[in-house]
Design a protein. Structure first.
Length: 509
């Protein structure tokens, strides 16, 4: 398979827009998979005889493999070539999806989900880094990342709709089988259309200690938050996992500072712009993931919506994300500095989240939930678009894969933290509310009402925390991200990949 093109280094690829279609399709598949399986989980659990105690592994097996191997996947893309890693990732993801759809036992399902995570960890950074090295013109890059950002942000909500439709009208197995045509089309298109720029690979030997330390550290961190959600923060294994994660990740940083060919060159994360992007994205995702979960439960349990109706209820968020990403972000990214899009974007999302703190049992969807979703989508779409672009801008071509992997890692870890942390806050607030009010409920209907009120009280308490997270993300952006608008000032690469004003990334040395 040829991964390079016989064109001048830095020349724009004639097929780049066709390539974007297949890259976006692959990204949509990965993002869809994160939420589509959640809708199908109750049906799959019943069919396969998975116990309540083990059902979390359908989600956890994927999260651990994906989150733990992302940095390794990004480095493999830099080493093998992004196109090759992209096609292998797609092929493997399709095969794992077929295995999951055909599963006849819980063990097979858990294995299939772990395999999806492994190949997803190769696919996701390869997709983003392909965009980074193929789109070099500032305005074109803005459009490409606008489309990519809209899919990355809105795909999860689309998963709720598709998951509901497939589960209700076909079978839960189709939530896995649906990935196969996505993967085949994207892999075939990529094979024939994508051409990587010359000189963009990093052929240094693989940093095995870095791979082991980062994988064990990230798996411990993600699993620690998963355990905290189900077994509590004081659980001995939860605490052990957090301590182990801190030790292994510290050892990873020390190792990367010393080895000749590090898995994660520290120059990628010590640049103030990229560091600020990774941190703010992770914190914003904490707010987003928890809220997705609460809104799903609120609409289905409290308001009595069906899975399909719940999915469609998320449509305003998708619309907001697409408008924010492809219209506001794309049009303004080449005119104003990124922080003036990201900071206000996170604050608009925070205002939408603030509306959700007013939720009550009888709240109207049209007057409260709908406008909050629009604001949330609009703000996140506007912020995500320049974040995705800036996170891979100005990096040396040989680091593009691992810089892309860091974007995914910050989102994955943020998602794990968000789900566990916000769930814990909500559960504690609900338990306290029920304890204070259940004594006054004398009849069964009154007790059920108190329980629903307690549930909503828990959600609003956690959502207040999410508002704070989005304000913090905005503050981090304003403090750390100081890159000018693309195309204004270019600082030549110093060999360390650190720039003050980042313009268009170099595509070949």
């Amino acid at each position: 398979m040829s991964d390079t093109a016989s064109k001048a280094p830095g020349a724009a690829d004639a097929n780049r827009w066709k390539a974007l279609v297949f890259i976006a399709l692959a990204q949509l598949m990965v993002v869809l998979d994160a939420t589509i399986v959640n809708i199908a989980l109750p049906s799959a659990q019943q069919d396969l005889g998975i116990s309540d105690g083990n059902r979390q592994w359908v989600v956890t097996a994927y999260a651990l493999a994906f989150g733990g191997l992302l940095l390794f996947g990004g480095r493999v893309a830099d080493l093998w070539g992004r196109k090759r890693a992209f096609v292998i990732g797609l092929t493997g993801f399709a095969a794992a999806s077929a295995l999951g759809g055909a599963a006849t036992s819980g063990a097979t399902m858990f294995g299939a989900r772990a395999l999806q995570g492994v190949f997803g960890a190769m696919l996701a950074p390869a997709a983003l880094s392909l965009l980074a090295v193929m789109f070099t013109d500032a305005k074109e890059r803005a459009k490409a990342f606008g489309i990519y950002g809209a899919i990355a942000g809105g795909g999860g909500a689309v998963g709720f709709i598709l998951g509901g439709v497939l589960t209700e009208y076909l079978d839960w197995r189709w939530t896995f089988f649906v990935n196969i045509p996505f993967a085949i089309v994207a892999a075939a298109g990529a094979y024939f259309v994508i051409r990587e720029p010359e000189g963009a690979r990093n052929r240094s030997p693989l940093d095995i200690p870095g791979v082991l330390l980062s994988t064990i550290g990230l798996v411990s961190l993600v699993y620690g938050f998963t355990r905290a959600e189900s077994d509590g923060w004081g659980d001995s294994l939860t605490v052990t996992l957090f301590v182990a994660s801190a030790v292994f990740l510290l050892a990873f940083v020390l190792t990367e500072a010393k080895v000749k060919a590090p898995l994660l060159p520290l120059r990628v994360v010590t640049d103030r712009n990229r560091g600020g992007i990774y941190l703010s994205l992770g914190i914003a995702i904490i707010a987003m993931f928890g809220t997705f979960l609460f809104l799903t439960y609120y609409l289905q349990v409290v308001k009595g919506y069906s899975p399909i109706r719940t999915g469609f209820a998320f449509l305003p968020m998708i619309v907001g994300m697409m408008v924010g990403s492809t219209q506001i972000g794309t049009r303004l990214m080449t005119r104003v500095p990124a922080r003036l899009l990201m900071g206000p974007g996170f604050l608009v999302a925070a205002s939408g989240m603030f509306l959700l703190t007013q939720l009550e049992i009888g709240s109207s969807y049209a007057s409260l939930v709908l406008p909050s979703m629009l604001l949330l989508g609009l703000g996140m779409g506007t912020a995500f678009m320049p974040a995705m672009s800036l996170a891979t801008q100005g990096v040396e071509p040989r680091d593009a894969g691992v810089a892309s992997a860091m974007v995914n890692t910050s989102q994955q870890v943020g998602g794990a933290i968000g789900t566990a942390l916000l769930n814990t806050i909500a559960s504690s607030a609900t338990a306290a509310y029920n304890k204070d009010h259940i004594a006054t409920a004398t009849s069964k209907p009154q007790q059920q009402l108190v329980q629903l009120q307690g549930m909503v009280h828990g959600y609003t308490n956690a959502i207040w925390f999410a508002v704070g997270m989005l304000v913090l993300a905005a503050a981090i952006v304003v403090t750390f991200v100081n890159a000018g608008r693309p195309g204004t000032t270019t600082v030549a690469g110093s060999g360390e990949g650190v720039e003050d004003e980042i313009a268009v990334p170099v595509v070949a040395h």
